[in-house]
Design a binder for this molecule. Structure first.
Ligand SMILES: Cc1cc2nc3c(=O)[nH]c(=O)nc-3n(C[C@H](O)[C@H](O)[C@H](O)COP(=O)(O)OP(=O)(O)OC[C@H]3O[C@@H](n4cnc5c(N)ncnc54)[C@H](O)[C@@H]3O)c2cc1C
Length: 350
């Protein structure tokens, strides 16, 4: 008997990124069908081609590629500094390569690439593989849910490629600018091409900035004319001050009797934060937008933290997207109409 199934979302691949996507969708009440070619769990990490050093455990020596089990065990004992008995359960090799897809979405915005299907990068000290893929899934699912629920125009899905492909490209460059992999690309056509284009060597960015502080630039983020050109590609969370396109910062706030992180206010929907009760009153009820009056709905645990961390003044406001990123912010003198208009623009509310 053939069973017929209907779904709005099909996920191909049930490893880290496919499963993360399914979980993020389930969290938002969106059913999906996930298809995995392996009957059990996938081998992890995935294996592809030739040997390369990983996390410094295996020295960079081509002779190691042809070692037998006894030789491998000796190498592992040397690396961990112990004579422990070792059982090799599986061994494999992978290709040291980096490639980023030309597009993360098709033109009709119905098919998307995420994880290693979108960006294959060698393992490094920073988890640019799985972490980047899970963040792709989170970014895409937040948008997909809004489109499937009919709150948002499909155009919003175009910002997935703009935001996540840019992140992958920076990570690609940072991996090959770092000590572990620099030597592999020293004579590469890619680096020669960059230099020819006048781009020179790549500046190594801070690890924490790369992990937590890469900025999004797309039509899902509103910046004042020319403002973003002054901002770095990545900074640590402590260095950002609520710039649109960055993760909303953490500060401790009190809600009712409970002390929570400001981050707990986000990721369920659109949130506008302001200390200006008059502004929130003038804004009134806006579909799909939760307004949080700082000083009333939540209290700062340390006075002045909200303005300092989010970069707004007493009469300003900040708009946070359902994925926890800042979409826009306003200084004093901004009108409720202005805020409403921009909210509609960045959320593609339909
Ligand atoms: C040696 C090594 C160490 C690593 N260490 C780290 C680390 O410490 N931290 C980190 O963040 N990342 C690390 N990575 C990278 C990380 O493993 C990958 O980025 C991550 O596994 C990518 O997840 P994915 O779900 O996108 O793809 P994959 O894990 O490759 O999964 C793809 C899935 O799709 C399935 N599939 C493929 N084709 C089909 C099809 N036609 N139909 C159905 N199913 C299909 C496959 O069976 C597989 O289950 C490492 C990688 C390697 C090689």
């Amino acid at each position: 008997m053939t069973e017929s199934l209907q779904t709005s979302v099909i996920i191909l691949g049930g490893s880290i990124v496919g499963l993360s996507s399914a979980l993020f969708l389930a969290q938002r009440g969106v059913p999906c069908i996930l298809i995995e070619r392996h009957p059990g769990s996938s081998p992890h990490p995935p294996r592809h081609g030739l040997d390369a050093p990983h996390h410094g455990a295996v020295p960079d020596d081509p002779a190691h590629a042809s070692l037998d089990d006894a030789g491998r065990k000796a190498l592992i004992r040397h690396a961990i500094g112990s004579d422990e008995e070792i059982e090799i359960l599986a061994q494999g090799t992978w290709a040291l390569w980096g490639s980023i897809a030309d597009a993360f979405a098709d033109k009709s915005l119905r098919a998307f690439l995420a994880g290693d299907a979108a960006h294959a990068l060698p393992p490094n000290r920073g988890g640019y593989g799985a972490n980047t893929g899970i963040a792709d899934a989170h970014n895409l699912v937040c948008k997909l849910e809004a489109v499937l629920a009919g709150r948002t125009d499909r155009t919003l899905l175009g910002t997935y490629d703009a935001e996540r492909r840019a992140v992958a490209l920076v990570r690609h460059d940072q991996i090959f600018a770092r000590e572990d992999y620099r030597k592999y690309v020293a004579d590469s056509a890619w680096l020669a091409e960059r230099r020819k284009g006048g781009m020179g060597d790549i500046e190594v960015l801070d690890d924490v900035a790369m992990e937590l502080g890469q900025i999004y630039r797309s039509s899902g983020v509103m910046v004042k004319n020319g403002e973003e050109s002054r901002w770095a590609l990545a900074k640590t969370p402590a260095e950002w001050k609520g710039q649109p396109g960055t993760r909303a910062p953490h500060i401790w706030v009190q809600r009712n009797e409970e002390v929570i992180s400001s981050l707990d206010l986000f990721c369920a929907g659109w949130v506008l934060l302001s200390e200006d009760g008059g502004l929130i009153e003038r804004l009134g009820a806006v579909a799909g937008l939760e307004c949080v009056l700082v000083g009333q709905d939540v209290q700062e645990v340390e006075e002045g933290n909200f303005e300092a961390a989010f970069g707004v003044d007493k009469y300003g406001a900040v708009l946070v997207r359902p994925d926890g990123y800042i979409a826009a912010r306003w200084g004093s003198g901004s009108s409720a109409e202005d805020i409403n208009r921009m909210y509609i623009l960045v959320s593609y509310a339909s």
